[in-house]
Design a protein around this ligand. Structure first.
Ligand code: PMP
Length: 401
């Protein structure tokens, strides 16, 4: 007899981006050339000095468990980083380190949510938020943030979404998938609403903080109003800024009681994250930051190329993202056109068509809570961007009205 699975796991969808990666790998294994725009991680390698720090930590015997909060030296380096980059003051007992920002988000919700609680999630959202909320028994309350508002949460939409059951607002800026950035003035307007609703805590996922363009600056609400520190959890990590996705280092800064609860959960699940990766993360935070500027310059060039090529395709409108490495073009005018297998009525059907017809893999907006859009990652070479966008344009031109 098969082992029965829990209802909550049966209800859980596999991560859409991980599923897309699998589909691309399968097609490539069949010998097809696929131009892949689904990647949710930097295509560049971890900077050399960080690798060196990890290797010498390993050689030096840094191969044991650490405390569940993470190494003290790393937590101190995180406090220094938060003061330097974000103008916020934290002490090491207000910091926890985990196996990626994803684990932090998971444990923070596990530590706080009761069945029936609500979490406000602006859409388009990172695919995992609603599933993590549901897995912890709570209800995602999705708030649409269309291109007309720059894909940003407005104070009016936030006000309308809050109920007595709201426990959290989670905001990802710069955003995966839209690239929208909440700057100082946007946060100031949201804080006015939040001040009227002191029961709502705020989780800010700042994982793409360093990947911003054109002088745009991400802003942490904790730095803006005195009351925000007690109700905010800042989530960040090494994955995107330092091209360290496989090292699995994320962290959070927040009120000591919540941090303690997250540490307790880590202590009963993973114990701690990898010791030598924590040592390498100290080097990343305290060492030369130039590799970040170099990576951002590369992303910027690619962003400009992909935005202009997509906007050259009739029926596609692509706004320019202020941060992260994704574009989120509006393809609604294309829906209803006919392909070889009949009408293409949804973004999901367009994704399948582009894969079959053009050999191009992109993500559907539906997975991010906004049907009628696509997500393309530009964490890939300019050669792929050129050939991919040309192939997308050619495939779309074949559709008939
Ligand atoms: N938040 C967002 C918005 C992300 O895009 C990702 C990674 N795709 C994460 C969190 C998770 O990052 P980590 O590797 O630190 O778990």
């Amino acid at each position: 007899m098969a082992i029965a699975l829990s209802k909550k796991v049966q209800a859980l969808k596999p991560s859409a981006s991980i599923a897309a990666k699998q589909r691309v790998t399968e097609l490539q294994a069949q010998g097809r050339t696929i131009l892949d725009f689904t990647l949710g991680e930097p295509d560049q390698d971890t900077p050399e000095a960080i690798i060196e720090a990890g290797v010498s930590a390993l050689r030096g015997g840094d191969t044991h468990y650490t405390g569940s909060a993470g190494k003290l030296d790393l937590r101190k380096a995180i406090c220094e980083k938060l003061a330097r980059d974000n103008a916020v003051t934290y002490t090491p007992d207000e910091i926890v380190v985990a196996a990626g920002a994803k684990q932090i988000i998971y444990e923070a919700f596990a530590a706080t949510l009761e069945s029936g609680d609500e979490v406000v999630i602006p859409a388009p959202y990172w695919v995992s938020y609603p599933d993590i909320v549901r897995l912890n028994g709570a209800v995602p309350v999705i708030v649409e943030c269309p291109p007309e508002t720059g894909f940003r949460l407005t104070p009016e939409a936030l006000e309308a979404a809050i109920t007595p059951k709201t426990r959290w607002l989670i905001v990802n800026s710069p955003s995966n998938p839209s690239g929208a950035v909440l700057e100082r003035e946007h946060w100031a307007a949201l804080i006015e609403v939040l001040e009227r609703h002191p029961h709502v805590a705020v989780m800010t996922d700042e994982i793409y903080e360093k990947i911003v363009f054109d002088g745009i600056r991400n802003c942490s609400p904790v730095s803006l109003a005195p009351g925000m520190k007690e109700r905010c959890l800042i989530v960040n990590g090494m994955s995107k800024a330092y091209a360290m996705t496989g090292w699995r280092i994320g962290y959070a800064a927040g009120p000591a009681n919540l941090i303690k609860a997250i540490i307790k959960l880590i202590g009963q699940s993973t114990t701690c994250t990898t010791a030598f990766a924590q040592t390498a993360a100290v080097e990343a935070l305290r060492g030369d930051q130039k590799p970040i500027a170099d990576m951002v310059a590369i992303y910027r060039e690619r962003r400009d190329l992909i935005v202009s090529m997509l906007n050259d395709i009739p029926g596609v409108t692509c706004s320019t993202p202020g941060g992260a490495f994704y574009v989120f073009p509006d393809i609604r005018p294309l829906l209803g056109r006919k392909g070889p297998d009949g009408a293409i009525d949804t973004d999901l059907e367009l994704v399948t068509y582009l894969l079959d017809e053009a050999g191009v893999a992109v993500m559907d907006g539906t997975s991010y809570g906004m049907p009628g859009f696509l997500r393309l990652s530009f964490a890939t070479s300019t050669a792929t961007i050129r050939s991919g966008c040309t192939a997308i344009g050619a495939a779309i031109a074949k559709l008939s009205d």
